[in-house]
Design a protein around this ligand. Structure first.
Ligand SMILES: [Zn+2]
Ligand SMILES: [Zn+2]
Length: 864
């Protein structure tokens, strides 16, 4: 790679970033399985391959890349693998859309093939964006969950958990989306508020209120509270269900709310979770009125085949015409919907597969993991504590990992494949053995498939090398970075699965990031028109500016608002840094002797400051406080290094004196350290500067900064010199002088000896003398300053006469004013706070101006 010979005046992030993107090699980031270094394995989230690596992903990956690059520099053998969580409904829907078919129009395998092809092309697009962002992924550890080598592990994990009794099948009510035609887990139910009607009707002489009249056919009991005196006489009686005519018992249960509706409720299979609870508790019948497509079943009689909405209208109409519908009142409702398509969920009882949820074990493992930020742990704990049902893992879809079982046609026995034969597709493959129970040799393959979380919840087992033989050497991983939106799902299920399959916790630490909001503060959505795609930012300002926004825009774990201002602030910082580096590098290139240590005060001062900054940044990096780290780096680079230090030493650098060697050393050391500290955040920019500084070395192969320099004296003295320079500059500015205008003789009276090597003098263009003593100042009143705000309103026409009289007072009376003064022959009271003396100073008879920096630091200026 040849560097441009001349250092360009302007920094062009697009040109620089694209050049490095084409130079860097993917191999540089491979995890080394034979390395002696300590491992740092990251359980990277596998995104869903939609084809768009969205801004939330990009933000999340910035965090991961900061960590990966930092840990590599700290001497770790880092694995930053990249996975793709492929299975699921969105791809099925897209394939149907693109090909104008439904999944049932083509054979299962044909449909899967179409899904796989679409997924692969989407992955390729997303890989490109990731590389453009400068992410240092380990592509040798890439995994794609739809590939046989991966889903074979998903199936193996299924078999293991089935054999240990943690997976079972059962007919049990589950959340079901009738539009998607599949069961979904509780974690996939989202809740929406809506208003519905509460319908009061006559239920065989008893008034009952319901929001779901369409479930009347599924009514299996009527419940009242045991202490509700209105119904004491009805206990144990039976009632006839209106319109349908079947008989149901009246039961009592403490959970009935006597104040809701009429205090009597009908129990249907199933209106909600409470129905499921009662159904189990009282061992009630099961009447399925709605099927998996959302239509009424045969028990609904004449309503069979209607959708549940059509059925509701029809039943209400029939109730009206029979005169049993008494009244309808509006009711606010919190309704569970499918997270994917927003259809209200039904609770349907079908044969499904479940994973046992051992809440206590999950909680125990969650407590062994270190959480950043700490409070995110409680989200998982709350979720685990409220889980009542096991995890339903079967889905009635196609593009997913097949459940690896067959059923014996004769006796129904579950037949498992040999582990060595995995992966299997039971709808295509046949078992290799006869039925162990009855000897039968005819089988039906399971057509249900696995929830995609069954694939992604073993990501950590996969990247650490789990093959079922033992707990892998690399297990547990060091860190799991992920968003707070998937704590209930991905984090929860991963802990559950790792615990079941290894008995251990999946990772030592978990880092939870927030969500990206649009620049209007709302969640990004097409309808709001506030969606920003990473490519738009990358093409305008480059990856480094984007990465700086990710680091600086919010505290770790908090939601972050997208802001073009923050992006341009990042770009401006690079411009500023480039100007400093360019200046420094041109000085270094000019040559001349360079010292191997800081000798002059300002250089020692800078080294002490740099050492402090390094410690602060390292501390922040170790706790993943990226906004703290980038803030400290930027403040140091901009305020300390550029605005103070460089302005102070320019004179020395432009001269050929002995002090130049020391300044060159300080410049080189500082630029070197800044490049290293910026390397995780702005990898392109840091690389560009570092290669110029070092004549071609890559900053990403360097170790993290480890520069320890303590010089307390230099810190105090340097701070003082810096303050003097800035006060004098302010003084020049206020006096309307050019900053480089000559100023004559300046004496700085300080409590300690200072030898600044002449930096102060050249920075302010004056003859500067530091004196470790108190100044011998003589003070005289030279003028009077009036407070017109007091004088005007009180004296009006007499104001000017009053001021003349005050001015005419002798010095001792200005300092100790008399009670009255004479104005136009009359005595006027001297008003408090109407004036103050203005002093002039002199030292040994010479007139000076005085700047008071603090109690001990006085500066006198003897203008020529
Ligand atoms: Zn749905
Ligand atoms: Zn059998």
């Amino acid at each position: 790679m040849s560097q441009p010979k001349e250092i360009p005046k302007n920094y062009d992030p697009i040109e620089v970033e694209e050049r490095w993107m084409n130079t860097w090699k993917k191999e540089d980031y491979y995890f080394d399985r034979h390395s002696k270094k300590p491992q740092f394995v990251i359980d990277t989230p596998p995104p869903y391959p939609t084809g768009n690596f969205h801004i939330g992903n990009a933000f999340n990956w910035c965090y991961i890349d900061f960590i990966a690059r930092y840990k590599r520099m700290c001497g770790y053998n880092v694995m930053f693998p990249q996975g793709w969580d492929c299975h699921g409904l969105p791809t099925e829907v897209k394939v149907e859309e693109l090909n104008g078919i439904t999944k049932n129009d083509v054979p299962r395998e044909e449909f899967r093939k179409m899904c796989r092809e679409l997924t692969l092309s989407n992955i390729e697009k997303m890989r490109k964006t990731m590389w453009r962002c400068g992410f240092s992924n380990d592509w040798s550890n890439e995994y794609i969950t739809m590939m046989p080598e991966y889903y074979k592990k998903t199936q193996l994990s299924f078999l293991r958990m089935y054999k240990m009794g943690d997976i079972y099948q059962s007919e049990h009510p589950v959340n079901f989306c009738t539009r998607c035609g599949t069961a979904i887990a509780f974690a996939e139910v989202s809740y929406e508020d809506r208003t519905t009607k509460l319908n009061y009707f006559d239920f065989d002489g008893l008034e009952i209120a319901t929001t779901r009249p369409e479930l009347l056919a599924a009514c299996v009991a009527v419940a009242v509270h045991p202490d509700d005196e209105r119904y004491t006489s009805l206990k144990g009686k039976t009632l006839k269900v209106p319109l349908f005519g079947h008989s149901v018992k009246i039961i009592t249960d403490e959970a009935v709310d006597p104040s809701f509706g009429s205090g009597a409720v009908m129990i249907c299979t199933f209106g909600d979770k409470q129905d499921v609870h009662w159904w189990k508790q009282h061992k009630l019948d099961l009447r399925k009125a709605i099927d998996m497509t959302g239509r009424m079943t045969s028990i609904a009689g004449k309503y069979q085949g209607m959708t549940s909405t059509e059925c509701r209208e029809a039943i209400l109409a029939d109730m009206k015409s029979q005169g049993i519908l008494k009244r309808q009142v509006p009711l606010d409702q919190h309704v569970g919907t499918c997270w994917r398509c927003k259809t209200p969920i039904e609770i349907l009882s079908e044969r499904q597969w479940f994973v046992k949820v051992h809440n206590d074990e999950i909680l125990e493992k969650a407590r062994q993991i270190s959480w950043t930020p700490e409070h995110m742990r409680s989200r998982l704990e709350n979720w685990a504590q409220q889980m009542e049902w096991d995890w339903c893992i079967s889905r009635q879809r196609i593009f997913a990992t097949p459940i690896p079982v067959w059923f014996c046609k004769k006796c129904g026995e579950v037949i498992l494949p040999d582990e060595a034969d995995l992966p299997v597709d039971p709808t295509v493959d046949k078992p290799k053995h006869v039925c162990p129970k009855c000897g039968g040799n005819e089988f039906v393959g399971e057509t249900d498939v696995l929830d995609t979380w069954m694939d992604s919840s073993i990501s950590v087992l996969n990247v650490t090398g789990w093959d079922g033989s033992k707990v892998p050497d690399l297990f547990p991983a060091q860190i799991r970075p992920q968003g707070h939106d998937i704590i209930r799902t991905w984090a929860f299920y991963t802990i559950l699965r790792a615990n079941a399959l290894t008995g251990g916790k999946p990772w030592e630490q978990i880092l939870v990031n927030g969500m990206v909001l649009g620049d209007d503060g709302f969640k990004m959505s097409k309808s709001r028109g506030n969606v920003i795609v990473p490519e738009e930012v990358l093409s305008k300002h480059g990856a480094d500016a984007f990465r700086q926004w990710s680091a600086s825009g919010a505290a770790t774990g908090q939601d972050i608002v997208f802001s073009w201002n923050d992006i341009t602030a990042g770009a401006r910082f690079q411009t500023k840094m480039w100007n400093i580096c360019r200046f420094a590098m041109m000085q270094l290139e000019k040559g001349g002797p360079e010292s191997d240590k800081a000798e002059v005060l300002a250089d020692r001062w800078l080294m002490h400051r740099l050492s402090q900054v390094e410690k602060d940044v390292t501390g922040f990096m170790n706790v993943y406080n990226f906004d703290g780290a980038i803030r400290v780096i930027r403040e140091f680079a901009r305020d300390i290094f550029a605005d103070n230090y460089i302005e102070l030493v320019k004179g020395r650098l432009y001269s050929d004196g002995a002090g130049r060697a020391s300044a060159l050393y300080a410049l080189r050391t500082t630029i070197d350290a800044l490049c290293r500290m910026l390397a995780p955040f702005t990898p392109f920019f840091a690389e560009e500067c570092y290669t110029i500084l070092t004549g071609g070395k890559s900053v990403h192969k360097q170790s993290w900064v480890d520069f320890d320099y303590v010089d307390k004296l230099a810190l105090d003295e340097g701070d003082l010199v810096v303050k003097v320079v800035s006060e004098i500059r302010r003084y020049k500015h206020d006096a309307g002088m050019a900053l480089n205008a000559p100023l004559g003789h300046v004496v700085v009276y300080t409590p300690f000896e200072i030898n600044d090597g002449g930096d102060c003098a050249s920075a302010i263009n004056a003859n500067v003398e530091f004196k470790c003593e108190k100044p011998k100042l003589t003070r005289a009143v030279s003028d009077v300053k009036f407070n017109f705000g007091v004088i005007g309103p009180k004296l009006r026409k007499q104001a000017s006469g009053y001021m003349n009289a005050i001015k005419a007072l002798p010095e001792d009376q200005i300092l100790n004013p008399p009670k009255t003064v004479k104005v136009d022959g009359a005595e006027i009271e001297v008003i408090a706070d109407s004036f103050e003396p203005v002093y002039s100073f002199s030292v040994e008879g010479e007139k000076v101006e005085v700047l008071t920096l603090s109690e001990d630091v006085i500066v006198t200026v003897h203008k020529n």
